[in-house]
Design a protein around this ligand. Structure first.
Ligand SMILES: Cc1cc2nc3c(=O)[nH]c(=O)nc-3n(C[C@H](O)[C@H](O)[C@H](O)COP(=O)(O)O)c2cc1C
Length: 220
């Protein structure tokens, strides 16, 4: 089988300027609800791209754990999209240098892609505590056991660290200071709906000088 022959026509839906919400987070919420209703696997898995000290990009998947629909629930710089990770990881080091990132969802079962770009800040300690406390016990221990992004000697090292922290904490695992959330406060959104003949619908949102979202169509 040649990869040249791997292709698919996208026919499920359309997206027009008049369909979309004026507020891109409202539009994101609509599509996210539809991804949930379609029972897509891990609809909250998203690619997070950051920029290293050398100016080069790197990316990995993280799980979206919240987004701010209402003005009331916002970070210091505004409403955004939230994920949790290790503050000593490679991505965290890159975000400390360049607090800008790109997020990307591929909802393959709906023939959709969403791209989001913006500035990144840490969530409040209270937000990180709240989510950390909701995690299963083993995941909370894992946050202590794994020096994320560092080279480790072996699998056995990780298992031994997990056991060590499990014995140390029992059922009461505090959030490590090196673990918490980030919020990307968007400055750009693009909603992509696959269409036949590669003439896909792309509707983007950018902020104008007054902080109002400007909606436009991009060529596919
Ligand atoms: C489906 C999926 C979900 C993931 N979710 C997270 C997450 O929410 N937080 C996280 O730190 N890593 C998550 N990871 C692991 C990251 O992709 C990555 O390996 C890790 O964060 C280290 O990245 P870094 O070395 O670039 O910092 C996930 C991986 C996959 C495949």
């Amino acid at each position: 089988m040649s990869l040249f022959d791997l292709r698919k026509s996208y026919e499920l839906a359309t997206l027009t300027e008049s369909d979309v919400a004026a507020d891109p987070l409202v539009q994101f919420d609509r599509w996210f609800q539809q991804a949930l209703e379609a029972e897509l696997e891990e609809p909250n898995a998203m690619t997070l791209a950051t920029v290293g000290a050398n100016g080069r990009p790197s990316s990995r998947i993280v799980l979206l754990k919240g987004f701010d629909l209402n003005e009331a629930a916002t970070g210091a710089s505004g409403r955004g999209l939230i994920w949790f990770t290790n503050y000593a990881s490679r991505k965290a080091a890159e975000l400390a240098l360049h607090p800008y990132a790109a997020l990307q969802f591929h909802w393959i079962g709906l023939e959709r892609q969403v791209r989001i770009e913006g500035t990144v800040e840490r969530t409040s300690a209270a937000e990180s505590d709240e989510y950390f406390a909701s995690r299963p016990l083993d995941s909370r221990i894992g946050a202590w056991a794994s020096p994320q992004s560092e080279k480790v000697a072996s699998r056995e090292f990780l298992d031994a660290e997990h056991l060590r922290y499990a014995q140390r904490f029992g059922a009461e695992v505090p959030r490590p200071a090196h673990w918490g959330g980030y919020r990307l406060v968007p400055t750009y959104f693009e909603f992509w709906q696959g269409r036949p003949s590669r003439l896909h619908d792309r509707i983007c949102y950018g902020l104008d000088g007054q902080g109002v979202w400007d909606i436009a169509r991009l060529a596919p």
